[in-house]
Ligand binder design. Structure first.
Ligand code: MG
Length: 172
């Protein structure tokens, strides 16, 4: 029986990627989600600014490209990223995506945050993502949910985010 051989001459195809991130919430830190500082009595305990949404989106794009993850590209023991604006990470993922010949097909994100409500900030957050990713607003979706008071997320001791992205090749 012959082994299946990898195809090397197939045209570029769309690629899907998933990203997940979670940060502990502690007193005395800002809560930043999607580039927006949200008023709260606690924020993310993180090396960078702790933006779970930007981190999950970065990993989703890197995952779709089959590249190293955010922790490998931006190690949390590197002082260069101490308190860093996480938009830097999304921009790096965008540049790698463009270099590989892809653009955003669509992006769907779910932030899990017990409180406060993310609803009032959704419009600005989606606009931030669309701008960073060089795509139309209609290609970016953001959902928010609580964790039903269950576990660390439900007790507002952590915030998490899932992101799924579909990348489309420039040319087929
Ligand atoms: Mg993170």
């Amino acid at each position: 029986m012959t082994e299946p051989q990898p195809t090397t001459d197939s045209p570029p195809t769309s690629r899907i990627g998933h990203g997940f991130d979670l940060h502990r919430l502690v007193e005395g830190k800002p809560l930043i989600v999607g580039g927006v500082e949200i008023e709260h009595d606690r924020g993310c305990d993180a090396h960078s600014d702790g933006d779970v949404l930007y981190h999950a989106v970065t990993d989703a794009i890197l995952g779709a490209l089959g590249q190293n993850d955010i922790g490998q590209l931006f190690p949390d023991n590197d002082p260069a990223w101490d308190g860093a604006d996480s938009a830097i990470f999304v921009r790096e993922a965008f540049m790698r995506m463009t270099a590989a010949g892809y653009s955003i097909g669509n992006l769907d994100c779910t932030v899990i945050l017990e409180r406060p409500k993310l609803g009032p900030h959704k419009t600005v957050i989606k606009a931030n993502l669309a701008k960073l990713l060089g795509c139309d607003l209609s290609r970016v979706n953001l959902k928010a949910k609580t964790h039903e008071r269950v576990d660390a997320l439900g007790e507002n001791r952590a915030v998490a985010c899932h992101a799924i992205v579909l990348l489309m090749p420039f040319k087929t």
